[in-house]
Design a protein around this ligand. Structure first.
Ligand code: HEM
Length: 391
């Protein structure tokens, strides 16, 4: 594959994944004190064999403060049977019907955002569409008033920038953002308890399995999880899709002419430039992965973008093929923690891409400027993505 200079920084991580898949597919990193897992077969095993590979972070790492990281007490870091109960509970509120009901609204928000740029012939995809669309959708689902959405976006960005890789200052800002989200949702829950609305938070308060409701901590954890899981990821799916199409300009015309190919193209973008990078797991007992012995409780870092480019699973894995079939990518995970928001993310991305194809005519071009990936351990995307088209 030819390396485009404006993509050099992007493709560097993919070169590393390839080398690691070939030479050290299961590698212990003394600095991170964890095992990196690179091959599709191993990553898929780690995600699906939940009885062996636990998601329960609190069981194996020092318990964190749920106020500084509310995600810790969310379903993402739980094992069965509690995970199963929680997933059943939230699935009562976060239903396919609720997602389908958002369709017209997603279309409206997309049109409003594109109205501001169509005549200009250029946009910054992340700032003008891919960023605001998911945050507006999830904020509306959660019943967060319009005037507070900017603030919410900032809290999400600060929280994500304060991950384990960040400077102590950034981690401090991230913790403050988490604290602000927790107190906001605690207040919102109080209000909805007193006066239910037709929104997700009220539905979550009512959800019940075996006579049991979600605890306040679980409710807050889930709201924050939705906000974080639903924003940056979907933003990057949209941005990364545009990147893929810039690398394959012929696909834009093909998609314009044959809209039935749009869902497949989005799945291929999820595979080719996967928005989520690492899934964490902890083996409950000693186990073996690609001939490496791993002790109970050691941290596993399963790399989704690497698994999704594994030649052993995907022929011509480094090519973006919109009609790829089969395409069993791991972009949304696999197994019991498979992304709960996948139908919403797919719907938003489909509407956004179709509307761009309708309204931004001619060929699309990302100008020749160096594109840098966002500096984050858990998500892959571009911070700024300029795009031009024919006016
Ligand atoms: C779980 C990716 C959008 C909510 C996951 C997991 C992945 C993922 C890889 C698996 C976690 C694991 O195995 O530990 C993505 C991607 C998205 C996206 C790539 C966008 C392109 C969304 C949206 C929402 C959402 C829009 C909600 C509004 C969740 C939740 C879980 C989850 C609640 C936890 C499920 C569980 O633990 O059972 N997501 N996600 N995601 N996602 Fe997403």
């Amino acid at each position: 594959m030819q390396t485009n200079p404006k993509r050099a920084e992007l493709t560097a991580s993919y070169d590393w994944y390839r080398q690691m898949r070939e030479s050290q597919p299961v590698y212990f990193d003394p600095q991170m004190q964890g095992w990196h897992i690179f091959r599709y077969e191993d990553v898929a095993r780690v995600l699906t064999e939940h009885a062996t590979f636990s998601s329960d972070r609190n069981r194996f790492t020092p318990a964190g403060d749920p106020n500084s990281n509310p995600i810790i007490s969310s379903m993402l870091f739980m094992d069965p049977p509690r995970h199963h109960q929680l997933r059943q509970l939230v699935s009562q509120a976060f239903t396919p019907r609720m997602v389908a009901r958002m369709e017209a609204r997603i279309q409206e928000i997309t049109n409003d955002l594109l109205d501001k740029v169509v005549a200009k012939g250029e946009m910054e995809v992340i700032r003008d569409l891919a960023g605001p669309l998911p945050v507006t959708v999830i904020a509306e689902l959660l019943g967060i008033p319009t005037e507070r959405r900017e603030e919410f976006k900032q809290w999400c960005d600060d929280f994500l920038s304060g991950d384990g890789n960040a400077t102590p200052e950034a981690q401090q800002v991230g913790m403050q953002a988490a604290g602000s989200m927790v107190s906001y949702f605690n207040k919102l829950l109080e209000q909805r308890r007193a006066q239910p609305h037709d929104d997700l938070v009220s539905a979550l308060l009512q959800a019940e399995v075996d006579g049991e409701h979600l605890s306040s901590e679980e409710l807050v954890g889930f709201c924050v999880l939705l906000l974080l899981a639903g924003n940056e990821t979907t933003t990057n799916l949209l941005g990364n899709t545009i990147l893929c199409l810039d690398e394959h300009p012929e696909a834009v015309e093909q998609l314009r002419a044959r809209r039935e190919l749009v869902p497949g193209a989005l799945e291929e973008a999820l595979r080719y430039y996967s928005p989520v990078k690492i899934m964490l797991r902890w083996p409950v007992s000693e186990t073996t992965l690609s001939d490496q012995r791993i002790e109970a409780g050691q941290t596993l870092l399963a790399w989704l973008p690497s698994a999704n480019r594994d030649e052993a699973q995907f022929p011509n894995a480094d090519q973006f093929i919109i009609e790829r079939e089969p395409n069993r990518h791991l972009g949304f995970g696999r197994g019991i923690h498979f992304c709960l928001g996948a139908p919403l993310a797919r719907l938003e991305a489909k509407i956004a891409l179709n509307t761009m194809l309708d309204r931004l005519p001619g060929s699309w071009r990302v100008p020749d400027v160096p594109l840098s990936p966002i500096n984050n351990l858990s998500v892959f995307g571009i911070a700024k993505l300029p795009l031009t088209w024919q006016k």
